[in-house]
Design a protein. Structure first.
Length: 442
């Protein structure tokens, strides 16, 4: 019987099986008592009650009073009832109640252990879920970092593309400058040849003038000789008078030729002097400009705008220009920031006058400029940092040429506009004027 109870404590037999086996042993015990029918040995009852107490103690070790309180309470109740039946000499009832208490205690212990295992499993599941959630958060964070790196890589690729476009544009501009430099070199060579030709013609004219002067002097000497002959030889008067008239006619013709050659030489000398004057004035103007502090902001070539932003800025520059040519001064001024300070440079007779003007003065100066008709000579667009730059060159005839050897003089107005984005709008935050007065149309 002790071996059976040990099996019940290990939880290898169900409580109903324990009760059935216990009752079977009781029956065998009754049969084995021989002549003591209806009576059970007190030691068997005491052993069963002791086993029930051990089963309750084992259930209490696994916290059955809390986790399987109903079964544990039933086991305690049956144990107390078994003890009461033993005291009342009711052996059969005491043995049945003791085994019932053992079964209830074993079942309470098993349920308590299952609850404990379930709690541990639930705690483990919660921990795993927490770890899984942490891993998901880590994965999401890494995904966001990967997306950020991908976006940064796209920005770098876009900037690389813009830099390549800028390099190509600079290379193209460099080639154009080289072509322009070659063209200017050819023009300078042609002008040098023309100047040498004019100088040669002037030297030849001076030689001719000296030759004609000698011829005139010779004719005068002959005229004096003829006069003396008239005085000395009266009988040859008519012939001498005829010769004198011929000489006078020749003298007048040579005098006219002399006058024409002299005028031609003077014109050639004037052309040389004019060319030399223009060259000297250009050198003085360049030297003066080089000696002045720079008006334009330093350009680094860096671009911080996207292609869409550059296109939008150029479109607004076009609207600003159309407003000026349409004589819409208010619409033209609507693109300026209220606190703008513009640089105005006026170059007159190789002298430069600089000033800074606010929006009110800018409006007055634009109104004054609008009284003349300006022709658009050239327009260009650049990008620097966060600004789109528009460069316009306007000209108007200031002094027509007096003759074919004189040079037409112009007023040249160069406007450089710096525009950046403010919110959803584009505004001009800086402008530079360069006004050249009475200069050749360079």
């Amino acid at each position: 019987m002790k071996r059976f109870i040990t099996l019940a404590q290990r939880g290898n037999v169900t409580p109903s099986g324990i009760l059935f086996i216990g009752m079977l042993f009781v029956s065998f015990g009754l049969v084995g008592c021989g002549g003591k029918l209806g009576k059970i040995e007190p030691s068997a009852v005491d052993t069963a009650i002791a086993d029930a107490e051990m089963a309750l103690a084992a259930a209490g070790d696994v916290d059955a009073p809390t986790l399987a309180s109903d079964l544990f309470a039933a086991a305690e109740t049956n144990l107390e009832a078994a003890k009461t039946a033993r005291d009342e000499k009711k052996g059969n009832a005491a043995l049945r109640l003791a085994y019932q208490a053992i079964a209830d205690a074993a079942l309470a212990r098993t349920n308590s252990m299952n609850v404990t295992k379930n709690s541990e499993l639930n705690a483990s599941i919660l921990q795993k879920e927490t770890e899984a959630e942490s891993l998901r958060a880590t994965v999401n964070s890494k995904a966001e970092e990967l997306a950020g790196l991908h976006a940064e890589m796209q920005d770098i690729q876009s900037e690389h593309t813009q830099l390549k476009q800028t390099v190509r544009a600079l290379q193209k501009e460099n080639r154009e400058l080289g072509d322009t430099r070659e063209a200017y070199g050819e023009q300078v060579a042609q002008l040098s040849d023309t100047l040498e030709e004019i100088q040669g013609r002037a030297r030849r004219a001076e030689t001719n003038i000296r030759n004609y002067g000698r011829e005139v002097a010779e004719l005068r000497r002959k005229l004096e000789v003829a006069d003396r002959r008239v005085q000395e030889e009266g009988h040859q008067k008519r012939a001498v008078i005829a010769e004198i008239d011929s000489l006078k006619r020749q003298l007048r013709e040579q005098a006219e030729i002399y006058t024409e050659k002299l005028a031609e030489a003077n014109q050639q000398n004037a052309g040389e002097e004019h060319a030399e004057y223009l060259k000297q004035k250009a050198q003085e103007a360049r030297a003066y400009v080089d000696s002045q502090p720079p008006v334009h902001p330093v350009k680094t070539g860096r671009v911080s705008l996207s292609a869409e932003q550059i296109a939008a800025g150029k479109m607004v520059l076009g609207n600003w220009e159309r407003a000026w040519h349409a004589n819409d001064l208010n619409g033209h001024l609507a693109y300026y920031e209220p606190n703008i300070i513009a640089d105005k440079v006026v170059i007159h007779e190789s002298k430069e006058h600089r000033s800074k003007i606010d929006l009110q003065q800018l409006k007055a100066d634009l109104h004054q400029m609008r009284t003349h008709t300006w022709n658009k000579a050239k327009a260009d667009t650049e990008v620097e940092g966060e600004s789109v730059i528009g460069i316009q060159r306007l000209t108007r005839l200031a002094m027509p040429a007096a003759d074919e050897n004189a040079t037409e003089l112009y007023n040249i107005w160069i406007r450089e506009i710096w525009m950046h984005q403010v919110g959803n709008d584009w505004r001009i935050h800086h402008e530079i004027w360069q006004v050249y007065e009475n200069v050749p149309n360079f």
